[in-house]
Design a binder for this molecule. Structure first.
Ligand code: AMP
Length: 483
């Protein structure tokens, strides 16, 4: 989900979605547990919608963590045979209740919808719908998808999805709840993840679910069956699971940053366990830029797996040079540079016994603004480190993401317009090496042609992404419209 009014430091969202069809079972509770596992994908708001067969849709959504939004009473009130859920993550402000999901619409048909991604033609679609007199309550592009589906005249929701899907441009891993099915669909490029899971043993027949990441299946005792294919529409209903591929032949463009940072390391994506892939990134990082050193330390937790891989390849000990306070929210999402800096200090405390007098290889997964690693280097020096060599298990981030991951603006990215040596000097490190794009794909045992690496390369897989239809243009073009 993305904000239509999004601009620069405005909210840009990353999200997690879940859907389940399991009559006779506590679907709200299963959704609740699944959202717990997906919490890293969004800490801003959470919501669950349930439906009873041919009955009503009930939805509960609010700002806050999953554990804050739902209590026992709330879960009990969410009775139903099927459910969808959503967690949302945005950077700042404008995080009003209306923008929490699932979105519920009752136009020609009633439905609830949860979306992860970002539409790049949101302005046009929004304009068309407004002209046709369709009211909007939120400022999100996700409501555009919901409105297109809810107002569609097609007899079945599947036909409506097939029709609407061809009009959407951008990233959308989407789950829709009607009064008789959960329908999940993924954009033809497969930009954001979406997988199918199966729960056996509930009452003899399998129950089916979908989730952004397979770690949600582990949480509820489901097994990963496969990824939803790009352009595929999957229906979970009383008839079991049905699939229909309604778009195809587009260039595949799965987000490579999911592998590097965003997804949980215990999730499997495209057949890869991310923890293992991140370890290989560390090994290759060392091969690309070895250095005389005494100990390898990760920037916890995002650098952990790559640091272990690097230490393995280097034959060096790995140690906890920092202790992380787990109760401080992600620094990246705090508005304003001063708060962000303070956030980093609150989050990491160096262990002098590990770092003093040592030549350190410090491993982090990525650098965006450089706030974290500038502070990390300074804290290590203050704690007596002899040398600090930074190794980053991603290439330099130089371009914003228009497909649903908050990457900040070009101007704020430390690698934008700077050489690696200049970034190194800015961060105050003794040396700096970023994993090469080739090294990254080697670690993933995958080809570039099936992935999106626009944040590194600037090569956006969808034509027109960076032009007038890009996300940053939306804020300037679109007035706040409320029904
Ligand atoms: P920065 O301090 O601005 O350089 O941010 C980089 C740190 O934030 C890295 O250590 C990552 O672990 C984390 N990070 C990278 N990309 C994102 C993102 N899109 N959203 C939230 N955190 C991120």
């Amino acid at each position: 989900m993305a904000q239509l009014l999004d601009h620069r430091d405005g909210p840009r969202d990353e999200c997690g979605v879940f859907g389940i069809f399991a009559p006779g079972h506590d679907v709200a509770r299963l959704a609740y547990f699944a959202l717990f596992a997906l919490q890293h994908r969004g800490q801003e708001s959470a919501g669950i919608a349930t439906a009873t067969h041919h009955g009503n849709i009930i939805a509960l959504r609010d700002q806050g963590l999953v554990s804050q939004v739902f209590d026992e009473n709330a879960l009990r009130s969410l009775a139903g045979d099927m459910a969808i859920g959503h967690v949302r993550y945005s950077t700042t402000g404008a995080s009003d209740w209306e923008n929490a999901q699932p979105i519920v619409r009752d136009d020609n048909r009633m439905l609830a919808l949860a979306h992860n991604g970002n539409l790049i033609n949101a302005v046009e679609l929004h304009g068309e719908l407004r002209e046709a007199g369709v009211p909007f309550r939120s400022t999100s592009d996700s409501e555009i998808i919901a409105a297109l589906l809810a107002t569609h005249r097609a007899e079945s929701i599947q036909d409506a999805v097939a029709n609407v899907l061809s009009r959407l441009r951008g990233a959308f891993s989407t789950v829709v709840l009607t009064d008789d099915a959960v329908v999940a669909f993924r954009d033809p490029h497969g930009l954001r993840p979406l997988s199918i899971g199966r729960i056996d043993g509930l009452d003899g027949s399998p129950a089916w679910c979908v989730a952004s990441e397979s770690c949600a299946f582990d949480m509820i005792g489901a097994t990963l069956v496969r990824d939803v294919a790009p352009g595929e529409v999957v229906t979970l209903s009383a008839s079991g699971i049905e699939s229909r591929v309604v778009a195809g032949g587009e260039r595949r463009a799965f987000c490579v940053f999911e592998y590097i940072y965003f997804a949980r390391p215990d999730s499997r994506m495209g057949g890869t366990v991310l923890q293992a892939a991140r370890g290989r990134m560390g090994e290759i990082l060392w091969r690309e830029a070895p250095v005389e050193a005494d100990v390898v330390i990760p920037v916890p937790d995002s650098g952990n797996a790559a640091a272990r891989g690097l230490a393995r390849a280097a034959g060096l000990p790995a140690d906890d040079g920092f202790i992380k306070n787990r109760y401080v929210a992600r620094t990246f999402i705090q508005p304003g540079q001063e708060l962000r800096r303070q956030g980093v200090r609150m989050k990491f405390n160096p262990v002098p016994e590990v770092v003093a007098g040592k030549r350190l290889v410090v491993v982090d997964d990525s650098i965006v603004r450089g706030t974290t690693d500038r502070q990390i280097v300074q804290m290590l020096r203050d704690a007596g480190a002899a040398e600090v060599h930074l190794r980053i298990s991603a290439p330099p981030i130089k371009h914003p993401c228009h497909y649903g991951i908050d990457m900040s603006t070009r101007e704020e990215m430390i690698a934008h317009g700077r050489t690696v040596q200049q970034v190194c000097a800015e961060l105050g490190a003794d040396s700096l090496h970023y994993l090469s794009l080739e090294g990254l794909y080697e670690a993933l045992s995958a080809g570039r042609s099936e992935h999106c690496d626009a944040c590194f390369s600037g090569e956006y897989p969808l034509a027109g992404t960076d032009g007038a239809n890009g996300k940053f243009a939306l804020a300037r073009e679109l007035p706040l419209v409320r029904a």
